[in-house]
Design a protein around this ligand. Structure first.
Ligand code: DGY
Length: 323
């Protein structure tokens, strides 16, 4: 009997793949750093029973319609806005993602961005490298405090909760806004619910952790930045398109808000002459939220395990259940 064919859209380490080589024929894109080109992806999808995809691939209705054997798309990310989940569902193709395994790692980075932007850590490190450090002085590179300030989290999923736990260690007041209330979080005293309007206007830090959907696209726009405090720092560790970058640039440049920490961008990768990089008040990193070695390996394993389960006719470990 023919083995199922699984195509992996990025070069993953051999030792991750090895346990599956007896079960499947495996095809893999040759580069670790460059995404698979569209033509190859479409050709491979036509013969694949399973696809292991990255967030850089667009898995749209056309591709799914032209993939007669495809049973599972395992997206190696918690976010799945790059996959047309509704179309997959209609075609009986299971979509899976990688929640839980990356929660703490992503929360660490989100909190790190908050700290870096607020305490001017990147700017200060550059200051030494640029040979500007001649003397200690009372207000040299003085930022703002983080402890005892108010953090507003927009999108209270697993990562939001993990960020709130970190904030508790900093004696911060935490509020959240989410489509649905989280009674357990409120009962524990971890975070209080607020309307979006109240949260954005009263928080010292506003963090976007919402998934990208039609409703959340450009949720953070000119009007929203205008309502934030002048001292506010904005952090985005969800998806770039939740934020109108031009509006953010204007808000920081004009002093409407103090600064930002960004892991994600409207179009990735951004070029080194991107306007956001010209403002020292904005700390930008290249979508590394879940990028610890340990967590990335867990994400690979989970994606492979999800494919294995579906191809054996079992329930996957982490199916995407809602579009
Ligand atoms: C995800 O998993 O969605 C993250 O953005 C990847 O780091």
């Amino acid at each position: 009997m023919n083995k199922p064919y699984v195509y992996i859209t990025r070069k993953l380490p051999e030792d991750q793949i090895k346990p599956f080589t007896n079960e499947w024929d495996i095809g893999m894109w040759e580069s670790e750093t460059e995404p698979v080109d569209e033509e190859t992806l479409r050709k491979e999808a036509q013969r694949a029973d399973g696809l292991l995809t990255m967030l850089t691939e667009r898995i749209d209705e056309d591709l799914l319609s032209d993939a007669p054997h495809l049973k599972v798309v395992a997206n190696m990310a918690v976010g799945y806005d790059n996959v047309n989940v509704e179309a997959a569902k209609q075609k009986g193709i299971t979509v899976t993602n990688t929640p839980d395994v990356l929660t703490d790692t992503t929360a660490d980075l989100a909190f790190g961005l908050l700290m870096a932007a607020t305490r001017r850590i990147v700017e200060a490190a550059d200051y030494i490298k640029e040979n500007k450090w001649n003397n200690w002085s009372p207000l040299l590179l003085a930022g703002s405090d983080i402890h005892h300030k108010k953090l507003g989290i927009v999108g209270m999923g697993r990562i939001g909760e993990a960020v709130a736990r970190r904030a508790r260690g900093f004696d911060m007041e935490v509020s959240y806004h989410n489509r649905s209330r989280k009674p357990a979080i409120e009962e524990e005293g971890l975070a209080a619910y607020e309307s979006f309007e109240d949260l954005i206007s009263s928080s010292d830090f506003v963090m976007s952790l919402v998934p990208l959907t039609e409703e959340t696209e450009h949720l953070f726009n000119e009007e929203v930045f205008r309502k934030m405090k002048e001292e506010a720092i904005f952090v985005n560790a969800s998806r770039g398109k939740t934020t109108d970058e031009k509006a953010l640039y204007k808000a920081v440049k004009s002093g409407e808000i103090k600064g930002a920490g960004l892991d994600v961008f409207e179009e990735e990768p951004i070029a080194s002459d991107h306007p956001l990089l010209t403002l020292k008040e904005i700390v930008c990193v290249p979508h590394i939220g879940s990028a610890s070695r340990e967590t990335r390996e867990k994400m690979m394993n989970l994606s492979l395990e999800n494919i294995e389960k579906v191809l054996k006719g079992d329930e996957p470990v982490t199916p995407v259940t809602q579009p």
